[in-house]
Design a protein around this ligand. Structure first.
Ligand code: F6P
Length: 364
C-alpha cells in the first residue's frame, strides 16, 4: 500500500500528531506513506516544488512532532482544486475545476489511497474525489468545532485554552482600569470557542452566531456591572455573531478561490458600548493565536487516535468515510453524513443554560 496524506484548510493544533500516527501505524502494516504539501498544492504544482510536492514520510521525519503546533506538510485554505482561481485574458478571475489533474497525478504516482485531514471545505473536496473513484478517508479538523458527526475535533480545546487564558488576563487589567473589554474569538458560523472560553473565563456577555443579539441588552448588562459597583466588564464575541436582523461583520468579501473574511466586530461593539454606556472600552482580536501553539494533551491524544483509526479504516477498505469521536470510541461515519449538517451550539443546551444560570448575558 502507498498511502498519501494531506492537511487542508486553516491549521489546528494537533495536525502533526495525526500525521505521526498515520505514518507510524502505516509503517507498522508494512506500508509506505507520502505527504502532499500545502493541501493539494503539491500534487497540482509539483514543478514549483522542484519535484518535491509529494514527499515520502518516514518514521524519522515524524519524530518529535506530537507536541508541536502547525503542520509539517503545510496547508492552504486558498487551494480548493475544484474552485481554482484562474485569471482570464480580460483580467477577470474565474474558478476552474482541476480535479482531473489531481486524479491523474495520484494514479501516475502509484498512490493507493488518500487520507485527507481537513475541515468542511477540505472534506467536501475529499468527498468529491471519492465520488470520482479515488479511495479517500477523512479525518475531521477544525478549531471551530462545527463539523457534524463527531463529538469534537482536535485543536478545539487548545483554542479554548488560549482564549480562556486571554480572558483571564484581561480581567485583571479591566478591573484595575474600570474598563470594558470586548474580545473577538474565531467562529464564523458557530460560537463554540466563544461559549466555552466565555463561560470558563467568566465573561459578562457572550455573543455567538446562533443567538442574534440586541445592543440594548448588551448595554443593559454593562451598565448594570458599573451600577452595582463591579465597574468593569468582559464581552466575548464570536467573529460571526450577528445583531438581531443584522448581518455578520466582514473585512473582505468572497472572491474566486477565497471565502469571505470575517472580522471587525469587536471594534464596532467596543465603540458603541463606549458611546452608549459612557465607560472606557477597549477591543482585542485574538485571531490566529488561537490556531497556534502546542496542542493540549487532550487534543494530542485525540489526534493520535484519529490517525491510527484512519489506518484501521484503510485496512478494512472503508473508503469514503471519516473517523469520528463517539465516546468512548473512535468510529467511522460516511463522509456525506458528516458534511450534511453543521454542528451548531444548541441554544437550549446545558452549557448555554449554565451560562444563563450564572448571569451571563447572550444579548437576547
Ligand atoms: O475555520 C477556522 C478559522 O479559524 C475560522 O474561524 C476563521 O474565520 C478562519 O479560519 C480564518 O482563516 P484565515 O487563515 O483565512 O484567516
Amino acid at each position: 500500500m502507498r498511502i498519501a496524506v494531506n492537511t487542508g484548510g486553516g491549521d489546528a493544533p494537533g495536525l502533526n500528531a495525526v500525521i505521526r500516527a498515520v505514518v507510524l501505524s502505516a509503517i507498522n502494516e508494512g506500508w509506505e506513506v507520502y505527504g502532499i504539501r500545502d493541501g493539494f498544492g503539491g500534487l497540482l504544482r509539483d514543478s514549483e516544488y522542484n519535484g518535491e510536492g509529494v514527499v515520502p514520510l518516514t518514521a524519522e521525519i515524524v519524530t518529535g512532532i506530537t507536541h508541536t503546533g502547525g503542520t509539517i506538510l503545510g496547508t492552504s485554505n486558498r487551494g480548493n482544486p475544484m474552485k481554482w482561481p484562474q485569471e482570464q485574458p480580460d483580467g477577470t478571475v474565474i474558478e476552474i475545476d482541476r480535479s482531473d489533474e489531481i486524479i491523474e497525478e495520484f494514479r501516475k504516482r502509484g498512490l493507493d489511497c488518500l487520507i485527507s485531514i481537513g475541515g468542511d471545505g477540505s472534506l467536501a473536496i475529499a468527498r468529491r474525489l471519492r465520488d470520482r473513484g479515488l479511495p479517500v478517508i477523512g479525518i475531521p479538523k477544525t478549531i471551530d468545532n462545527d463539523l457534524g458527526s463527531t463529538v469534537t475535533t482536535f485543536g478545539f480545546l487548545t483554542a479554548v485554552e488560549t482564549a480562556t487564558d486571554a480572558i483571564d488576563k484581561l480581567h485583571t487589567t479591566a478591573e484595575s482600569h474600570k474598563r470594558t473589554f470586548v474580545v473577538e474569538v474565531m467562529g464564523r458560523h458557530s460560537g463554540w470557542i466563544a461559549l466555552f472560553a466565555g463561560v470558563a473565563g467568566t465573561a459578562d456577555v457572550i455573543l455567538i452566531p446562533e443567538i442574534p443579539y440586541s445592543m440594548e441588552k448588551v448595554f443593559e448588562k454593562v451598565r448594570w456591572r458599573y451600577e452595582v459597583g463591579r465597574e468593569f466588564a468582559v464581552v466575548v464575541v464570536a467573529e460571526g455573531a450577528k445583531e438581531i436582523g443584522g448581518k455578520a461583520s466582514f473585512i473582505e468579501e468572497a472572491k474566486p478561490g477565497q471565502e469571505a473574511r470575517y472580522g471587525g466586530l469587536a471594534e464596532k461593539i467596543a465603540h458603541t458600548i463606549e458611546e452608549n454606556c459612557d465607560v472606557e472600552t477597549r477591543s482585542l482580536v485574538l485571531g490566529h493565536l488561537q490556531r497556534g501553539g502546542q496542542p493540549i494533551s487532550y487534543d494530542r491524544l485525540l489526534a493520535l487516535r484519529f490517525g491510527a483509526a484512519a489506518i484501521e479504516l484503510v485496512k478494512r477498505g472503508d473508503f469514503g468515510s471519516m473517523v469520528s469521536l463517539d465516546p468512548p470510541d473512535v468510529r467511522s461515519v460516511p463522509l456525506g453524513e458528516a458534511l450534511a449538517k453543521r454542528k451548531n451550539v444548541p441554544v437550549d443546551g446545558d452549557v448555554v443554560r449554565t451560562a444563563r444560570a450564572l448571569g451571563i448575558s447572550f444579548g437576547d
